[in-house]
Design a protein around this ligand. Structure first.
Ligand code: ARG
Length: 456
């Protein structure tokens, strides 16, 4: 079969070489963007008098027919024609005759593919921003129901101080808020048109790049044709933002996995987001959370993969750049899927309030309250820390908790202790009183929820 670029060739590659070279098996995902780009290009060619009005109209009509077929899944691609651009061009020529061959005037696959990818990413980044917003909504809803649900807060995975469950959930809300703002901010750099950069050097035809950019909804045009066709920094940035988002999700998933274990029993995952074991009848596994945690690996891998492809590449286009696509598609699919699953998981999550509260009463996470109590009465904090540390040690020896220690023993440790010590030891109060800005106090958490709601 003759290639569209076959003029200077005596032989065509063997089928297996064609297959190695081709990207059609995956870049067919760009079909709508590709035709959209061509439609705009041909409109411009006619407007600028590079093609006649009639030629322009004939090509447009053909492209519209192909777009319709693409939407109905009726196009049949061939590896022979390498990629989506040549496949569509070939189909156009088959559809409307040799005049279809005029579409590629003053254009190259190099600016074409870059244009397709900018259009594709713009669409998906906008979708991802909305999916993050949905997850944030689920978090705020859940948080609102659990302002006064308390659980141990951890550092080093050791019980540290009790916190409000809403506060814990909202921590992820703010991480997601920054993720969202990174994606939104990146749109500025995605929303730039490479179209008209041609192969690498621009063109001698009197094209109008600003016109095509405007029709495609781009805010700007690349000001350097070499840059326009050869950089993939907008994809790297997308992958980097996606990696960070996935890292946030993976941390959250790790906590959910811990929390629904027998050891914690803080939450129960809905059946719809769990699976059973083929051998152990009692098992209910948090597979979805584990998968999200695991899929962060491929998203980071895709980022490192593309960075490595780009490293050391000379200007301008090199075929290496074809390797940008699968990782990008995979990242989009993974991130969109994970966000949707995560939202459903949070919406349906059962929170075991009693178990959380019970565990807060069976630890020393109120020890800081005691030290603060003494410090408020004038004892230097460092000394208060020492006094309380000794009391904790004593309790451990006796197998009791701070609330169980009789007042005489408190007084023995420091004359500053009074009967009101038991009040500050109450974990509910320990949380309630932490109303410093951004703290876990109930009043402050309500304030945070209001701010979160105003954002979404
Ligand atoms: N399939 C190619 C890619 O994905 C399109 C651009 C090819 N350009 C070229 N001059 N071979 O990068």
């Amino acid at each position: 079969m003759k290639k569209l670029w076959g003029g200077r060739f005596q032989k065509t590659p063997e089928a297996w070489v064609d297959e190695f070279n081709a990207s059609i098996t995956f870049d067919k995902q760009l079909v709508e963007e590709d035709i959209q780009g061509s439609l705009v290009h041909v409109k411009m060619l006619a407007k600028c008098g590079i093609l006649t009005k009639e030629e322009g109209e004939a090509i447009e009509k053909g492209l519209h027919r192909l777009l319709e077929k693409a939407k109905n899944g009726e196009l049949e691609y061939s590896v022979q024609y390498e990629d989506i651009h040549l496949n569509i061009e070939k189909m156009l020529i088959d559809e409307i005759g040799p005049i279809g061959g005029k579409l590629h005037t003053s254009r190259s696959r190099n600016d074409q593919v870059a244009t397709d990818m900018h259009l594709y990413l713009k669409k998906h980044v906008e979708a991802i921003v909305e999916l993050i917003r949905e997850l944030q909504k689920a978090l705020v809803n859940k948080a609102e129901q659990h302002i006064e649900t308390i659980l141990p807060g951890y550092t080093h995975l050791q019980r540290a101080q009790p916190v409000s469950f809403a506060h814990h959930l909202l921590a992820y809300f703010w991480m997601l808020e920054r993720d969202k703002s990174r994606f939104t901010e990146s749109l500025k750099r995605i929303n730039i048109s490479p179209l008209g950069a041609a192969a690498l050097a621009g063109t001698t035809f009197p094209i109008d790049r600003k016109y095509t950019a405007e029709l495609l909804g781009f805010d700007e045009v690349y000001l350097n044709s070499l840059d326009a066709v050869s950089d993939r920094d907008f994809i790297v940035e997308f992958m980097s933002n996606s990696s960070l988002l996935m890292i946030h999700l993976s941390r959250f998933c790790e906590e959910l996995i811990l929390w629904c274990s027998q050891e914690f029993q803080f939450v129960e995952m809905d059946d719809a987001y769990s699976t059973g074991s083929s051998i152990m009848p009692q098992k209910k596994n948090p597979d979805m959370a584990e998968l999200i945690r695991g899929k962060s690996g491929r998203v980071v891998g895709n980022l490192v993969g593309l960075l490595t492809v780009l490293k050391g590449l000379p200007l301008a286009y090199n075929k290496d750049l074809q390797e940008d696509k699968e990782g990008m598609f995979d990242t989009v699919k993974t991130v969109e899927g994970c966000l949707q699953i995560m939202t459903g998981m949070i919406e349906t999550l059962k929170v075991n309030k009693e178990q959380m509260e019970k565990s807060v009463k069976q630890d020393f996470s109120n020890a800081t309250e005691l030290a603060d109590y003494l410090a408020k009465k004038g004892l230097p904090f460092r000394e208060a820390h020492e006094v309380v540390g000794k009391l904790v040690y004593k309790c451990i020896q006796k197998g009791i908790y701070l609330l169980d220690l009789p007042l005489e023993e408190y007084k023995e440790a420091s004359s500053l202790f009074e009967n009101d010590v038991y009040e500050v030891l109450n974990p509910y109060e320990a949380v309630n009183k932490r109303n410093s800005l951004g703290g876990t106090g109930f009043k402050e958490v309500k304030e945070q929820i209001n701010k979160a709601k105003a954002i979404i």
